[in-house]
Design a binder for this molecule. Structure first.
Ligand code: MIG
Length: 739
C-alpha cells in the first residue's frame, strides 16, 4: 500500500498485489506528488493516519475510515457510511440521483431496452460522492476490471468496493462542497473536450437513413421546416456489408457529393464507426490490421474473433499505441476522403452477439500494452471505449478539425474525448423520467457533454415474460423535447423497426410546438456554448442537479425531476401526462421564463401546457442569448450575479476564446468589453430585464436614454417596456441603471 497526496485536495491510496506488475491508468491525468509515511500525517486540511491495511482520514471535519483487504483475486475496500449520508455519482446508472442503498456493477454492457434498476449499462465510472451534513467527500476506485460497489445494502453502516483486479488506485477527493468534489474529480481525470459549436445544433438520426437520396430528402425537410442547425447521422446501413470505412455503392453511389450538398445547406454529417473489422482477406482494413499486428489476439496467439454486424469480426487492440496510431490514420483518411464532420462510436463496450448479454468477457482474449506485455481482457474491459475514443480523437485532430465524437461506452476520463449518449432507451413515460436520472448522474461524474435519444430509441423491448411494445405519442415526443433542448447533446434517434419520429412525424401541431422549442434552444446557444467552455476550463457540469447549486438546502438533496442549466436556469419538466406539476424552488426569488411571474422559494403548482415546460430564472440571472444576427441578448433578473460569455470561431482546435463579462447588482447591469475579440462579435446588446412594473427612467453610462421601440438600424441606446420585460438596447462596454 502506497499513500500519497496527488495535490492539496486529493489523496491516493495505491494497493498492488505482491509480484503484480502495475499498469498505468488511462483515466487519470495527474501523478502523485508527496508520499505519506505510516502513522499520522497532517497536511493542510487533512489528517491522514496510515496503518498497515487501513487509512483513517479526517478532512473538513468528516471522518473517512478505509480498510483494504485482498483475497481470491479481489481487492476489497470498506468504508464507513453514516445514517444520514447521501451518495451521488457513479456515472451512468438507471437509478435515482441519490444512490445510497444500491449495489451496482461496473462492467460496460450493451444494455438494449434497459429499464429502471437495470445494471450495468454502457459506461463505468467508479466515482461516488458521500455527502454528510452538507459536506461532501469523493471516492474514486480506479480499476478497469469488473467492480461491485455496495452502498449500504449488505450493511447499513458500510460501503464496500470489490474489484476483480490485482491493483487499485483509490482516491479520496476533498470538498467541502459537492461542486468542489466534482470539479476536482475532473481535475484528476481531465477536462471535458471542447466541442465544435455545431454540436449544439439539433441532431437528427435514425437507424438508418438510406439510400443517399433519402438522406438528402431528410436534410431538405429539416431546412424547409425551419428546424434550425442540424446534424445528420448515418447509421450502419451506409457501409458495404458492415465493413467500417467503406460505403455501400448501391445505396451511396456518390458519398462525396452527398456530403458536399449537405454542407451547402449547412448540415453536418456524422457517421457511425463500430469496432468490428470484418474477417475478410480481401478487405483492406483487415489486411492492414493483420499485417501491422494491430488486432486483438487470444492468449494462444490466434486472432480473436467475435460475432459483430459484419459476421465474424476482429477487434482493434486499442490498448497498444501502434494500434491506436493506425486507427487514428484510418479515421483521418475517412474524414479527409469524404468530408464527414464527426464520428459516432457504437458497440464499444465492446459488444458482441456471441457473448452473454451481448458483451465481450474473457480471460482468454488478451490485449497488448505499450510495453508488449499481454493482459487478459477482463482486467481492461471498461477501458476499451476510452482508448478507442483517444485514438479517434487523435485521428480527427490530425484533419485540423475540432473533434466531435459521440461514444456509447466509456470509463472515467471519457469526457476528454467524447460526448456520451445514454444508449438504447425506450419510447415511454418511464424513460422520460429515468433518462433525466441517468443523465444527472453522468453529469456530476465528469461527463458534461451528454444527451439521450429524444423520443426514445427502442419500441419493442424485452418485458416480463415476453416482449413489450411501446408507442410514441405526439405528447410524449413534445414533452421529451421540452427538457432535451436544455441538454448539450440534442439528438432525435430511433430504432430500425420503429415508426418515424422526426419532428414532423406527428402532424402540424406537434411540429409547431417542437419548432418553437428548437427556436428557444437556438436562442440559448450563447449560454450553452459559454457553459461548454466553462466546463472545459473549470470542469463544471453544464446541466446540474439542484443540490450542486444549492448544497445547503435540505429539500433538494434527492431532487432528480428538476435540474439547473448552468447557474441560473431551473427546468422542471413534465414527466407524465398532464398540464401542471409541483415544482420546488430553492430559497430566494425566481422568475417564470414564460410570463415573468415572480415566485418565492418553496413548493408551487405550476402550469405546463404542452410546449411550455416550467422554466425559472434565479435572481441575479444573466443568460446570454442569440437575438438576431450580430445582436447579443441578455436575459436578466434583478439581483446579484455574474457571468462570462465565451465565444470563438466554433471549430478551430485550441482557440483563445473571446470573453465578455457581465455583472448585475440590483438594477444595475454592467456589460464589459470583449476581451481577446475576434472579428464579427456582436457589439449591440439587448438587455431584457424582468421587472414588475415600468421604470421611470434608464441611465446608460450616466446619460438618460429615450424610451422608444428599436428601429431596424442599430442606433442610439433606447428602451421600451412590454409584458414585464424591459428591453434596453446598449453597446458593449456600458453600465445601465434602471430607476
Ligand atoms: O445493435 O447501429 O445504441 O443507437 O442505432 C444495435 C445500430 C446497434 C446500437 C446503438 C443504436 C444504433 C444501433 N446500434
Amino acid at each position: 500500500m502506497r499513500v500519497s497526496m496527488v495535490n492539496d485536495d486529493v489523496l491516493r491510496i495505491s494497493v498492488v498485489k505482491n509480484g503484480h506488475k502495475y499498469r498505468e491508468s488511462p483515466a487519470v491525468v495527474v501523478k502523485p506528488t508527496v508520499d505519506l509515511a505510516s502513522g499520522e500525517n497532517k497536511i493542510g486540511p487533512w489528517l491522514v493516519k496510515v496503518n498497515e491495511d487501513s487509512v483513517h482520514v479526517n478532512v473538513d471535519g468528516v471522518e473517512v475510515n478505509l480498510r483494504f483487504s485482498y483475497s481470491n483475486g479481489q481487492f476489497t475496500i470498506r468504508g464507513n457510511l453514516g445514517l444520514a449520508d447521501i451518495v451521488y455519482g457513479l456515472g451512468e446508472k438507471a437509478l435515482p440521483l441519490n444512490r445510497k442503498r444500491f449495489r451496482v456493477t461496473m462492467w460496460n454492457t450493451d444494455a438494449y431496452g434497459y429499464r429502471y434498476g437495470s445494471d450495468p449499462l454502457y459506461v463505468s465510472i467508479p466515482f461516488f460522492i458521500v455527502t454528510r451534513n452538507h459536506v461532501s467527500v469523493g471516492h474514486f476506485a480506479d480499476s478497469t476490471a469488473r467492480m461491485v460497489i455496495d452502498l449500504g445494502v449488505e450493511r447499513g453502516d458500510e460501503f464496500t468496493v470489490t474489484v476483480n483486479d490485482d491493483q487499485v488506485d483509490y482516491y479520496v477527493i476533498r470538498g467541502p462542497r459537492l461542486r468542489d468534489v466534482v470539479t476536482r474529480f475532473i481535475g484528476i481525470t481531465g477536462k471535458p473536450a471542447l466541442m465544435p459549436k455545431w454540436a449544439l445544433g439539433h441532431q437528427q438520426s435514425r437507424y438508418s437513413y438510406y439510400p443517399q437520396g433519402r438522406v438528402l430528402e431528410v436534410a431538405k425537410a429539416l431546412k424547409d421546416m425551419d428546424l434550425g442547425n442540424t446534424v445528420i447521422y448515418l447509421d450502419i446501413h451506409y457501409m458495404d456489408g458492415y465493413r467500417i470505412f467503406t460505403w455501400n455503392s448501391e445505396r451511396f453511389p456518390n458519398p462525396r457529393d452527398m456530403v458536399k450538398k449537405l454542407h451547402e445547406s449547412g448540415i453536418k454529417v456524422v457517421t457511425i464507426v463500430d469496432p468490428y473489422i470484418k474477417v475478410d482477406p480481401n478487405y483492406q482494413v483487415f489486411k492492414e490490421g493483420i499485417n501491422g499486428n494491430y488486432l486483438t489476439l487470444d492468449s494462444d496467439g490466434g486472432l480473436t474473433i467475435v460475432q459483430g454486424w459484419p459476421g465474424k469480426s476482429a477487434l482493434p487492440d486499442f490498448f497498444n499505441r501502434e494500434a491506436r496510431d493506425w486507427w487514428s490514420s484510418l479515421i483521418e483518411r475517412w474524414v479527409r476522403d469524404y468530408g464527414v464532420d464527426g464520428i459516432w462510436l457504437d458497440m464499444n463496450e465492446p459488444a458482441a452477439f456471441d457473448y452473454p448479454n451481448h458483451t465481450v468477457t474473457s480471460k482468454v482474449i488478451t490485449h497488448r500494452l505499450d510495453d508488449e506485455s499481454r493482459v487478459p481482457h477482463d482486467y481492461l474491459h471498461n477501458a476499451y471505449a476510452l482508448y478507442e475514443a483517444m485514438a479517434t480523437y487523435e485521428g480527427l485532430r490530425r484533419t485540423g478539425r475540432r473533434p466531435f465524437i459521440l461514444s456509447r461506452a466509456g470509463y472515467a476520463g471519457i469526457q476528454r474525448y467524447a460526448a456520451v449518449w445514454t444508449g438504447d432507451n425506450t419510447s415511454n413515460w418511464e424513460h422520460l423520467k429515468l433518462q433525466l436520472q441517468v443523465l444527472l448522474g453522468l453529469s456530476i461524474s465528469g461527463v458534461t457533454f451528454i444527451g439521450a435519444d429524444v423520443g426514445g430509441f427502442a419500441k419493442y423491448v424485452p418485458g416480463d415474460g415476453g416482449s413489450r411494445l411501446f408507442t410514441l405519442t405526439p405528447e410524449l415526443l413534445v414533452r421529451w423535447y421540452e427538457w432535451a433542448i436544455f441538454f448539450p447533446l440534442l439528438r432525435n434517434h430511433a430504432d430500425v423497426a420503429s415508426p418515424d419520429q422526426e419532428p414532423w412525424a406527428f402532424g402540424p401541431r406537434a411540429l409547431e410546438l417542437i419548432r418553437d422549442l428548437l427556436r428557444l434552444r437556438a436562442r440559448l446557444t450563447p449560454y450553452l456554448y459559454s457553459l461548454m467552455w466553462i466546463s472545459h476550463i473549470n470542469g463544471e457540469p453544464i446541466v446540474r442537479p439542484l443540490v450542486y447549486e444549492f448544497p445547503n438546502d435540505d429539500e433538494v438533496m434527492n431532487i432528480d425531476d428538476e435540474f439547473m442549466l448552468g447557474p441560473f436556469m431551473l427546468v422542471a419538466p413534465m414527466l407524465n401526462s398532464g398540464t401542471s406539476r409541483e415544482v420546488y424552488l430553492p430559497g430566494g426569488e425566481w422568475v417564470n421564463l414564460w410570463n415573468g411571474e415572480v415566485l418565492k422559494g418553496g413548493y408551487h403548482m405550476v402550469d405546463a401546457p404542452l410546449g411550455k415546460p416550467p422554466v425559472f430564472l434565479k435572481s441575479g440571472s444573466l443568460v446570454p442569448t442569440q437575438e438576431s444576427e450580430g445582436v447579443l441578448g441578455i436575459l436578466a433578473v434583478p439581483g446579484d450575479g455574474e457571468f462570462t460569455v465565451y465565444d470563438d470561431d466554433g471549430e478551430s482546435q485550441s482557440p483563445t476564446p473571446s470573453t465578455l463579462s457581465l455583472r448585475i447588482s440590483g438594477d444595475r447591469v454592467t456589460v464589459g468589453d470583449w476581451a481577446n475579440p475576434m472579428p464579427q462579435l456582436p457589439t449591440t446588446v439587448i438587455l431584457k430585464v424582468y421587472l414588475g412594473k415600468e421604470p421611470s427612467k434608464v441611465m446608460v453610462n450616466g446619460v438618460e436614454v429615450p424610451k422608444a421601440r428599436f428601429s431596424a438600424e442599430p442606433g442610439q441606446p433606447s428602451w421600451y417596456f412590454e409584458g414585464r420585460l424591459i428591453n434596453i438596447r446598449v453597446k458593449v462596454g456600458s453600465e445601465t441603471i434602471i430607476i
